[in-house]
Design a protein around this ligand. Structure first.
Ligand code: MRU
Length: 348
């Protein structure tokens, strides 16, 4: 299995997701600035993978700053701020940076920067390592929801590429497929950047899971024809009331699922919950370059000078979500209560 990221001897190696599926390229990051750039450019993407990459970015920053002890603490905070500024919606980025800074803050200002750096490296490795166990639990918890031989629809990519291990929604799909519960996956291509066509279709095909690629506007017809019995997606941020931010187009899938009476599942780790936000109305939604919409594969597909709206995410209201699959179990409405109980259990 190709990993979205790997840390070895002071180097963060990223699988360049913008080059897939055409070519398998790796980016060696020895400088935190390159990690920040990779997150911005979506060379590493998907909420949990962004969080882990940022954690290692902070380690690279600390290693650089350790050579200049006077600058260590202000420098570390400024690297953290730069990393926070790379993408606004996936809360795992902020969760990982906060977790790293809380480890650093256990050391006093007179502490040896080398010791702080070593502790940060240990924490980043732990974040990456934990993702594997989290993915496994989500997969097992979610697989049980599917009756035998279900066909499912997914949107964007919530697979190995979006995490450090097997994925969230695609982890569930993989486990359910091995158990004979899922027979086929319909993958939305996911315009504008085609994470479904380029990444999900590639991952599922590599795993030998039957996958049918459709364009986003085909999802309704696929449901009306009875070709899928459920939809399952990942998430970038889930608020205290169970509203779910995920890749643009997810909301449309949820509305369609409701209309066709099929369950709409969200698979996400606790690190994707933002307990501080009351509802999805408070989630910052990233807007990206108009060029992503006016061209496809480098070919211009719209008139020069056209006005473009390019939100990278949308918010699905909790009423459309059948269940949220986490590593600690499956949450169902009323979500405010279920999520508060999850928070209390985790002590977040
Ligand atoms: O813009 P991207 O490709 O980072 O968006 C990713 C998604 O929306 C994923 O569905 C989400 O992060 C869940 S990943 C397990």
């Amino acid at each position: 299995m190709l990993r979205s990221l790997e840390w070895r001897a002071g180097c963060l190696t990223l699988l360049n997701q913008t080059a897939l599926p055409g070519s398998t390229e790796f980016i060696d990051c020895r400088d935190w600035r390159r990690v920040a750039e990779a997150i911005r450019r979506l060379e590493v993407r998907g909420a949990p993978a962004i969080g882990a990459a940022a954690a290692f970015g902070l380690v690279l920053g600390a290693r650089e700053l350790a050579a200049r002890p006077g600058d260590f603490w202000p420098g570390l905070l400024s690297v953290a701020e730069e990393l926070r500024g790379t993408r606004p919606t996936a809360v795992n980025l902020f969760w990982a940076i906060d977790r790293m800074l809380s480890v650093a803050s256990r050391y006093g200002s007179g502490a040896d920067p080398a010791a702080v750096t070593a502790a940060l490296e240990e924490e980043a490795v732990a974040i990456a390592h934990e993702d594997e166990a989290v993915n496994r639990s989500i997969s097992v918890n979610g697989a049980a929801l599917f009756p035998p031989q279900s066909a499912v629809l997914t949107h964007c990519n919530a697979g190995a590429l979006a995490t450090v291990a097997f994925g969230t929604a695609l982890g569930v799909i993989g486990e359910a497929w091995r158990q004979g519960r899922i027979s086929r996956v319909f993958a939305d291509e996911t315009r504008p950047l085609l994470q479904g066509a380029r990444l999900t279709a590639w991952e599922l095909k590599n795993e030998g899971i039957p996958v049918t690629l459709i364009t986003d506007n085909m999802a309704g017809w696929v449901m009306q024809r009875g070709l899928v019995q459920a939809a399952i997606v990942g998430a970038d941020r889930i608020t205290a009331n169970g509203d779910v931010a995920n890749k643009i187009g997810t909301y449309s899938v949820a509305v369609l699922a409701k209309e066709h009476g099929i369950p709409f599942y969200v698979a996400a780790p606790v690190s994707t919950f933002d307990f501080s936000l009351a509802s999805g109305a408070d989630i910052p939604i990233e807007e990206r370059s108009p060029a992503e919409v006016t061209s496809l594969g480098g070919v211009r597909t719209a008139p020069e000078g056209i006005d473009v709206f390019n939100p990278a995410f949308d918010v699905t209201p909790n009423r459309l979500v059948t269940a949220i699959i986490t590593e600690h179990g499956v949450l169902r409405a009323p979500y405010t209560e279920a999520i508060a109980a999850l928070r209390d259990k985790k002590g977040c």
